[in-house]
Ligand binder design. Structure first.
Ligand code: BES
Ligand code: MN
Ligand code: ZN
Length: 449
């Protein structure tokens, strides 16, 4: 992982002035601003130098969105900088800088920009680093192509993090999935040369409230026998985005030593095509005991999550959260930057909604609309795993998952995209962390009494 662009507080640094206009600038700066057409428009950057050509200050057009500071990280020349004056939100400003500096360089050795920030007063460096490192981890995992991020590597990643925080990690792999009763994880993953598996991490004091995270770990989604067309398959290395995000969230929880008994479940599979692939029309048994009619092998995520959720549910967790790049329909409804979440727990939903808006980690509640359960009825099995008619695709996927959750005190499902298709100042194009800063805050506030 790339180092965070934080400069030591003692380092010599160039001042950045956040301005909305040019009124309060020095006479030289005013003239220079005029010559450059700089009027303090939001996000505009102007470098100022002395008569010898040395960089003396930076002007930055103030923005309503503190995280727009990410543009500075990706635009300024290498060096150390500090921001002058009072900031409305020093934390989000700094976080924007950190996240805007992210580059995925594993395959080309291109360096990041190298513009480092002396953290402004009032910023808790530990909190900032925890958030930024979690986002970088999720992005790295998603950006790494499937040929280097298979079930094996996902397992290694979880084992490495587990070791760091003294967690217990166990894995059920290949045919053992059948013996231990995870038939749907096995069915989805068995056509790949890399064995499907369920990775199970446990951490913390057994007496603390049980928080269980479940992440969809489809390392590549070809669609299976219902093969995706080329353009729909192109980005499918990101189909482990749910796993990446829950891994990153687990890291945050363990790093902050939140008083919870954490469990992370990642079903890791490749939805591949081979003679032994599962088929449309198959009826699968499931851990929960329901027989499941397969309508389309491209709706694989909900199957592996069904078995993993059923396991998580068995120990009656206080809170169970799953994250998954589950449906194209979620994107049709809300676009790539606003993942829907589903829960029947109104108090939890309110906490998530408010927190997400406060910290610019957007999430939007959608309903587990019970009357649509009908759309999942099957004539020959207990449940069909896709809806007839193709309406309400994200909702019906959530409703399917709800069939596997019975005992958890509270459950929330996040249908994330895990990818930034159009860059923002704090979001370069590529894998993206979504919802985990919010969930960390919500879990912290719920259990840290
Ligand atoms: N991983 C995809 C969903 C997806 C596609 C997420 C593109 C983000 C971007 C999932 O496995 C899938 O293929 N879902 C199907 C379900 C359908 C067959 C009922 C979909 O959404 O089209
Ligand atoms: Mn699919
Ligand atoms: Zn998928």
């Amino acid at each position: 992982m790339q180092d965070l662009p934080i400069a030591s507080p003692k380092s010599k640094s160039v001042p950045i002035q956040m301005v909305g206009d040019t009124k309060n600038l020095s006479a030289e700066q005013k003239a220079w601003a005029k010559a450059n057409g700089f009027q303090g428009q939001s996000g505009q950057i102007l470098l100022c130098s002395d008569s010898k050509g040395a960089l003396t200050s930076v002007l930055f057009g103030k923005s309503e969105q503190p995280m727009d500071a990410g543009k500075l990280a990706s635009s300024l020349p290498a060096g150390n900088y500090h921001i002058e004056g009072e900031l409305d939100d020093p934390h989000l400003t700094s976080l924007g800088w950190m996240l805007g500096a992210y580059r995925f360089t594993q395959y080309n050795n291109k360096k990041d920009q190298g513009a480092k920030l002396v953290l402004p007063k009032g910023v808790d460096a530990e909190d900032l680093v925890r958030e930024a490192e979690a986002s970088f981890l999720a992005r790295d995992l998603i950006n790494t192509p499937a040929n280097d991020m298979g079930p094996d590597q996902l397992e290694k990643c979880i084992r490495t993090i587990g070791r760091k925080f003294k967690a217990q990690v166990s894995v059920i792999k290949g045919d053992a999935l059948l013996k231990k009763n995870f038939p749907m994880i096995h069915a989805v993953g068995r056509a790949s040369v890399d064995a499907p598996r369920l990775i199970d991490l446990k951490w913390g004091n057994a007496k603390h409230p049980k928080v269980t995270l479940v992440g969809k770990g489809v390392i590549f989604d070809s669609g299976g026998l219902n093969i995706k067309p080329g353009n729909s398959m192109a980005l499918m290395k990101k189909d482990m985005g749910g796993a990446a995000n829950t891994i990153a969230l687990a890291q945050m929880i363990m790093d902050a030593k939140l008083p919870v008994r954490l469990r992370l479940l990642v079903p890791a599979v490749e939805n591949a095509i081979s003679a032994n692939a599962f088929r449309p029309g198959d009826i699968l048994p499931s851990r929960k005991g329901l027989s499941v009619e397969i309508g389309n092998t491209d709706a694989e995520g909900r199957l592996i999550l069904g078995d993993a959720l059923a396991l998580g549910d068995e120990e009656k967790p206080d809170l169970m959260i799953d994250m998954a790049t589950l449906t194209g329909a979620a994107r049709v409804a809300l676009g790539p930057d606003l993942p829907p979440f589903y829960t029947d727990d109104d108090e939890l939903a309110d906490a998530i909604s408010h927190t997400s808006m406060d910290i610019n980690d957007p999430l939007w509640r959608m309903p587990l609309w019970d009357p649509y359960q009908k759309m999942l009825s099957s004539k020959i099995a207990d449940v069909n795993h896709i809806s007839t008619g193709g309406f309400a695709g994200s909702i019906t996927a959530g409703l399917f998952l709800s069939r596997f959750v019975e005992h958890a005190k509270s459950w929330a499902h996040f249908d994330i995209y895990g990818w930034t298709p159009t860059a923002k100042p704090w979001m370069p194009v590529g894998g993206e962390a979504q919802g985990i800063r919010t969930l960390f805050e919500v879990i912290k506030n719920k259990y840290w009494k």
